[in-house]
Design a protein around this ligand. Structure first.
Ligand code: MG
Length: 279
């Protein structure tokens, strides 16, 4: 464990003493699953989900907070098959959708029409920029353009930023940059809102949040604000990569990708087992 902040160490100690009012939140891609070329095949790491299961039976809730549709995160994490996650939730599409393990119900409100219209315009736009091979990912409330599989992912990302921003604005959407992906999505939704809703619902005394990308920044900010206002102890985990370092400065601990997340949370699960044997 290499927690670098006093506040992070205080959270670890408090959670070890009494985990029952802890909210454990994790992003999906780049935290539970490695980043892969085809996002439809970003299966969650068995090790990482296994550790969440160990924690799930001890904490108030495990919540997966993701830009993916809830249904897809459940499928790629096989979350509906995990006995340790019987009270887990998935907040999909930045909290627009929700799945609860205890009922098995999906809440999937109808999406605004702008996304579909922007998605329809994308193939021509990409062809105009000689980037027709960029992967388009439709996520209902957002549409992503991935440059990871192109010959020069960084150059393509840069070339598309302006045109995609224009396209987004013309359909009343916003552009969310990620790791070699530009996502056009409905305005006014972010992971910070999703976290605040969970906190209002559960009143946790401690929060763990693990993220890897720019889309997690609003959640990090929301958790830091809750911590600074004295409402919760909090441990912010950055799943580190060579591709994105925006979360490093606002994290309490930086680990090496999904394997590092599994290792760190595994240490916490071990500490809980030691502190509360038989529980
Ligand atoms: Mg991610």
């Amino acid at each position: 464990m290499h927690i670098t902040s006093d506040a992070g160490r205080a959270a670890w100690a408090a959670i070890t003493t009494d985990p029952s009012t802890t909210l454990v939140c994790s992003d999906f891609d780049g935290v539970l699953s490695p980043i892969v070329d085809n996002p439809d095949e970003a299966w969650a790491s068995e090790d990482t989900v296994g550790v969440l299961e160990r924690l799930g039976s001890r904490v108030a809730k495990v919540a997966i907070v993701t830009g993916r549709p809830a249904r897809q995160a459940v499928r790629l994490g096989r979350l509906d098959e995990r006995t340790g996650l019987a009270s887990a939730s998935v907040l999909g599409l930045y909290g627009f959708e929700r799945w609860d393990a205890d009922t098995g119900d999906y809440d999937e409100p109808e999406a605004p029409g702008g996304v579909a219209n922007a998605a329809a315009a994308l193939p021509d736009l990409l062809a105009d920029h000689d980037l027709a091979d960029a992967r388009i990912e439709n996520k209902r409330l957002s549409v992503g353009v991935h440059t990871r599989e192109l010959p020069d992912p960084a150059a393509a990302f840069e070339r598309l930023t302006g045109p995609l921003t224009e396209l987004a604005e013309s359909h009343d959407l916003q552009v969310e940059p990620g790791r070699f992906v530009l996502e056009l999505r409905a305005r006014g939704l972010d992971k910070g809102d999703a976290i605040r809703r969970l906190v209002d619902e559960l009143h946790p005394t401690a929060i763990i949040y693990a993220g890897d990308d720019l889309g997690d920044l609003p959640a990090f900010r929301a958790v830091r604000w809750l911590r600074e206002s004295g409402r919760v102890k909090a441990l912010l985990i950055c799943s580190g990569s060579d591709e994105q370092d925006a979360l490093v400065a606002v994290s309490d601990v930086v680990v090496d990708g999904p394997d590092g997340v599994a290792e760190l949370l595994g240490e916490l699960a071990d500490a809980l087992d030691a502190a509360h044997p038989g529980a």
